[in-house]
Design a protein around this ligand. Structure first.
Ligand code: ADP
Length: 338
């Protein structure tokens, strides 16, 4: 048993519910860690919320992918969650495709969502441009499924990046439409923006670090050698002696991964114009490698136990189903199906 007997995973009824998801669509990088995953762990460990963290694999198949890679990506993401500190005793960790309640609710929401609202979504437009040969219905309907993911648990807080702002607003549009038509049921959902600034691409520091540009990423399971090599190649060139975006990015990483004396040393060097990039990069390489040593070991351990990973998802789904199936039952009653 993953959940201790007598301990209600859902916690106290008066706690607010948090829902967030990450797509299993590639390796996680330190931007994902600082901007999302570490935040999930902090929210979980605060003990103040009922937490649902979802591996949103149905979302991920709306983008180009290779079927033979998907399952491994899902298990890799789950191992990342667990190694970073998400704990199935404290949070529900669930796989979207094991939760038919999400897709059922999405269909019901489809029937109250104006097409015009979806046509406005900038992420749909961006992604359509990236995969012109695969502009599928799932890509278009993505925000409706996201609304269903969140509202199935009547979550009111959603930790996401600002790129999801428009989708969250749509979740509230759908919730209001539902309430107006069928009677008050869903509460307003609020974003919990992460307060960590965006980590930038090491090679192109004017762009955010993103797995779509692997050369500019430090991945969570990169070896110390890989981390050192990538940092060595990080772009720091300055124009007219001004602080460059690359330098700022390295200093941002130092502020999180560095030791106090290193931070003050390099900040002072920066102000006095004596900053040596090679020294900063070597320090960062050591610090980031050390920071993720335990993470890498834990992750390997989890990946070596696929039966445990399956158990985590099974229990997460069982707990989540209790909540989501009740929501769906009440929704079906409200819309006149039951
Ligand atoms: P990617 O751009 O690598 O595909 P995703 O869009 O899947 O990343 O983002 C997953 C989560 O990680 C989101 O909450 C997003 O806001 C956060 N995130 C992604 N890239 C960064 C970054 N460079 N800095 C900070 N947070 C990030």
């Amino acid at each position: 048993m993953l959940h201790k007997k007598g301990q209600s995973l859902g916690g106290l009824m008066n706690k607010q519910t948090i829902f967030s998801g990450i797509q299993p669509s590639g390796k996680l990088h330190i931007g994902n860690y600082l901007g999302a995953l570490s935040n999930f762990v902090a929210l979980q460990n605060s003990g103040s919320y009922n937490c649902f963290f979802c591996l949103v694999d149905y979302h991920s198949i709306s983008e180009d992918y290779l079927p033979q890679e998907k399952k491994a990506m899902t298990l890799d993401l789950l191992a990342n969650f667990l190694a970073a500190g998400l704990d199935p005793k404290k949070s529900s960790i669930l796989l979207q495709s094991q939760m038919p309640e999400h897709t059922e609710l999405a269909w019901i929401f489809n029937c109250i969502t104006p097409v015009g609202e979806l046509e406005r979504m900038t992420q749909y437009k961006d992604k359509s441009q990236k995969q012109v040969k695969n502009i599928n219905m799932g890509l278009f309907d993505y925000p409706v499924l996201m609304a269903a993911d969140i509202l199935a648990y009547k979550a009111t807080l959603v930790p996401v990046g600002v790129d999801q702002k428009q989708h969250l607003e749509l979740t509230n549009v759908i919730a209001r439409k539902f309430n107006n038509r069928f009677g008050q049921f869903f509460e307003e959902v609020k974003p919990l923006w992460t307060n960590f600034p965006k980590v930038m691409d090491l090679k192109r520091p004017d762009k955010k670090m993103s797995k779509s540009e692997p050369n500019g990423c430090i991945f969570l399971d990169d070896s110390p050698e890989e981390i050192a090599k990538k940092l060595k190649q990080a772009v720091t060139a300055t124009e007219s002696g001004a602080k460059s975006a690359g330098e700022e990015n390295l200093m941002l990483l130092l502020s999180h991964f560095g030791k106090a004396d290193e931070i003050s040393h390099f900040t002072q060097d920066q102000t006095t114009g004596k900053l040596k990039y090679s020294e900063l990069k070597a320090t960062l390489a050591k610090d980031i490698s050390q920071y993720f040593t335990e993470f890498r070991e834990k992750k390997e351990g989890f990946l070596a136990k696929p039966e445990y990973l399956a158990e985590v998802l099974g229990q997460g789904a069982a707990h989540a189903r209790k909540v989501a199936s009740q929501t769906l039952l009440e929704v079906k009653q409200k819309i006149g199906l039951l």
